[in-house]
Design a protein around this ligand. Structure first.
Ligand code: NBG
Length: 775
């Protein structure tokens, strides 16, 4: 038998520093035992702030500005303490005073600055940048109410403002003295810059710089998240992705985007100059990464500002091109923003001469209509600006980049083959391993040490344990504990009861038809129908969904409604309830993910092949020992390559087949419905008497008709294979020995998906930053 000894994280990486002599108690107004939660939280905040100051920031001549509309950073207390090597010390100090650090974690509110994978990726990237020692800022907006807080009422999603920050109260976000003026058509707004320190693991720190204005007035919010969209100075940074179903909402997005870019541009030029740049050599001082199309206006804005400094337009364009890189995160047309020229004229008239110049430049060189900046309907294509006027265009997984090159962006690839490159996404192992799964971390450290936390390639050393029954058993035990912990959390905090001995089958991600939560739901319905017909499964299954639907996305909300109605039917059916449970988790966010993912057995990654650019929850699940059930889409393809076919369950049509269907327009969902009685029964159940009694006939009918008459994301063709594959998977789950080996292989092969690897690749190919000189 092997001995599993506890390795204390701090011993390895952390330089002992002066702060070690200080305590949280030194920052508290009274003895810790007598402190309120708020006093305690502030004490830890200030103690941590001191530690950050001692660490200092990564500096260097050239700095990266990672501009993004979203930074889904999650709570910071534990993450910062772990990165600073202070977690165990603080935990002990608090516990000696009778205080529980996990309660303080619950007290902390989660910053609402992002939506999904794109924003979480930005957060993982700034963690890795700090850890690796690269000078870098994240640049974005300080939304007061973020996306929205999701609640369920009458089995439907309802949205309320997420007032995550109590303005004026101490927080991780510090107000700075930096102020800029941003001009819009007919008026100007003064900005104020806030900063959040980004701690690296055993390294110096980076910064997240978020812009806001003092004129915001939350009183313009009316009912729920509805607000007066015309009062730009009062509403500019209230919400992330304000409802864009009308003109006012869409123009507001343009105002927001320009506000972000105009501030970023001023910051970049000011800092470069302060370091000695004459602006002709901006490339030696700044790299800009444009995260999706939202920050596109930084290109014309920088050009405009360089021209104002006396640089000729042609040179200004070349300078900016050398500085900027663009990351594409989706092939869905709706996410490739285009704005009517008239919006830009109204909101940012000063940019129009530049945009017209860029458009002329392209038009003179290329005939192809697809690559033009402004189309025949006078719409400005933001991605097209990015592609022509930055030096690098990357997709976020191998398959995605190939699809961009060969299909979606082919006319651009024909012009600029050298600009296209792939950077498969990654996740930070500090948050998604060490912090969220301490028991697993301890088990891993016990056999291979903790070097994997900073150099994830070490995880592969775990493969040597493949035939060690003690370690495999340990993995099962850890998973069992995590499931129990999550079940206890749900009971205590949400009054939901789940059976930790059931299979935990999880799909958590934004709600979108292409991600196909509806496919999972149809499986659940057919499982229910089997049970009702007398076929009782060997083991119960608990299906977890976590997803927010964009407020104006009707069908996505109908899918949530159907899941909630179905969940209530199962709960109230004593015949089915012992075997099946469906849980739609309210307000899924980073903090909940950190609890849910370590407890998962099955990771549902079932997007329509070709549509999921990468997926990153697939990587988080894998690192936490869940096994993937997925299509050959996004990064699933690379997971399959790494773990081998025995350690992943794949199904469904290939991306080539799917792309072919779209090309030929030959898919008819009703044909599948007529052909497959199991599918037909499941689909019909959506509008059954039981469902209508549980919900709203209008919504259920709409979903039913959508699937039957359109099913744009081809749920039906994959249904049979999905059910068959899931059945095999559930059967295999019962062989606990061989399942634990699958878990191990997944964990051991996850090293490739560290965001440290991704960042090194961006740096080598795109940014060319130098690491901060180690002391
Ligand atoms: C998302 C994709 C995911 C991908 C993340 C991060 C958007 C627009 N795109 O597949 O859907 O993992 O970006 O790259 O949120």
């Amino acid at each position: 038998m092997k001995q599993y000894h506890r390795v204390i994280l701090q011993m390895v990486e952390i330089r002992r520093n002066k702060l070690m002599d200080k305590k949280v108690a030194d920052y508290a107004p009274r003895p810790l035992a007598e402190c309120s939660d708020l006093e305690l939280f502030n004490a830890v905040l200030n103690y941590t702030g001191e530690a950050v100051k001692e660490r200092g920031y990564n500096t260097g001549k050239k700095k990266l500005y990672y501009i993004s509309a979203e930074f889904l950073i999650g709570k910071l207390l534990s993450n910062n303490l772990i990165n600073l090597g202070l977690y165990d010390t603080v935990k002990k100090e608090l516990s000696d005073a009778g205080k529980d650090i996990t309660e303080l974690e619950e007290f902390e509110s989660e910053p609402s600055l992002g939506n999904g994978g794109l924003g979480r990726l930005a957060a993982c990237f700034i963690d890795s940048l700090a850890t690796l020692g690269y000078p870098a800022d994240g640049v974005g907006l300080a939304y007061h109410c973020g996306l929205f807080r999701q609640t369920f009422r009458s089995n439907k999603q309802s949205e309320t403002p997420d007032r995550w920050l109590h303005w004026g109260q101490e927080s991780w976000m510090h107000r700075t003295d930096k102020r800029y003026t941003v001009d819009f058509g007919g008026f100007s707004i003064n900005s104020v810059m806030y900063e959040i320190d980004v701690t690296g693991y055993g390294s110096k720190c980076g910064r997240l710089r978020l812009f806001d204005t003092d004129t915001i007035d939350e009183r313009v919010i009316r009912d729920q998240i509805d607000f007066d969209k015309s009062k730009i100075a009062k509403n500019l940074t209230l919400f992330l992705y304000p409802d864009d179903s009308d003109d006012a909402g869409r123009i507001l997005r343009v105002y927001q985007e320009y506000f972000m870019c105009a501030n970023a541009a001023q910051l970049i030029l000011e800092e470069a100059r302060a370091k000695g740049s004459n602006l002709h050599d901006l490339y030696d001082y700044a790299a800009v990464q444009i995260n999706d199309t939202h920050p596109t206006m930084v290109i014309p804005e920088l050009i405009r500002r360089l021209e104002a400094e006396g640089i000729e337009e042609e040179e200004a364009i070349e300078i900016v091109r050398k500085v900027c890189g663009y990351t594409n995160h989706t092939i869905l047309a709706e996410a490739l923003e285009t704005w009517p020229e008239s919006y830009l004229e109204e909101a940012v008239p000063q940019l129009m001469p530049v945009i017209h110049s860029l458009a002329d430049y392209v038009e003179k060189k290329y005939d192809e209509p697809f690559v033009q900046i402004i189309d025949k309907d006078d719409r400005v294509h933001m991605a097209n600006i990015d592609i022509h006027f930055s030096h690098s265009i990357n997709g976020v997984a191998k398959l995605h980049t190939e699809i961009l090159k060969n299909t979606e962006l082919k006319p651009f690839y024909d012009i600029y083959p050298e600009k296209f490159n792939n950077k498969t996404n990654g996740i930070t192992f500090r948050r998604w391993g060490v912090m969220c799964d301490p028991e697993l971390t301890e088990a891993i450290n016990g056999v291979i040490g903790d070097a994997w936390i900073k150099d994830a390639s070490h995880l592969a050393e775990l493969r040597k344990e493949e035939n060690d029954p003690a370690f495999l058993k340990k993995l099962l035990a850890v998973k069992g504990d995590n499931k129990k912990n999550f079940a206890a959390y749900l009971k205590k905090n949400r009054d939901i009861e789940v059976n930790p001995d059931s299979v935990f089958d999880v799909q958590c991600k934004r709600l979108h038809e292409y991600k196909r939560q509806q496919l999972n739901l149809l499986w659940a319905i057919s499982r229910y129908q089997e049970i009702k017909a007398g076929k009782k499964p060997a083991r119960p299954i608990t299906m977890f969904f976590g997803a927010k639907a964009a407020p104006a996305y009707t069908i996505a909300k109908d899918i949530i409604h159907a899941i909630l109605c179905f969940a209530s039917i199962v709960d109230n059916d004593p015949e089915a309830a012992p075997y099946l449970k469906v849980v739609m988790l309210e307000n899924y966010n980073v903090s909940l993910a950190e609890k849910l993912i370590p407890a998962a057995d099955i990771s549902e990654q079932i997007s329509l092949a070709s549509k999921e650019a990468s997926g990153t929850s697939n990587m988080k699940f894998m690192l936490n020992g869940a096994v993937t059930l997925g299509t050959m889409d996004g990064a699933n393809v690379e997971i399959a390559d790494l773990v081998g076919k025995d350690n992943i369950y794949t199904f469904g049509e290939s991306s080539d087949e799917v792309i072919e269907h779209y090309k030929k327009a030959d898919y008819v969902s009703r044909d599948y419905y007529e052909k497959d009685p199991v599918l037909k029964d499941a689909v019909d159940f959506l509008v059954s008497d039981e469902m209508i009694a549980a919900g709203d006939e209008k919504n259920l009918n709409r979903l039913y008709n959508e699937l039957l008459n359109k099913d744009w994301f081809m749920t039906f063709p994959d249904f049979e294979d999905y059910c068959r594959t899931k059945e095999v998977m559930l059967k295999d789950y019962e062989d606990r020995d061989s399942w634990s080996r699958k878990m191990l292989v997944n964990i051991a092969q996850a090293g490739f998906f560290s965001s440290d690897r991704t960042i090194e690749q961006y740096n080598t190919d795109i940014w060319h930053l130098k690491r901060d000189e180690a002391e």
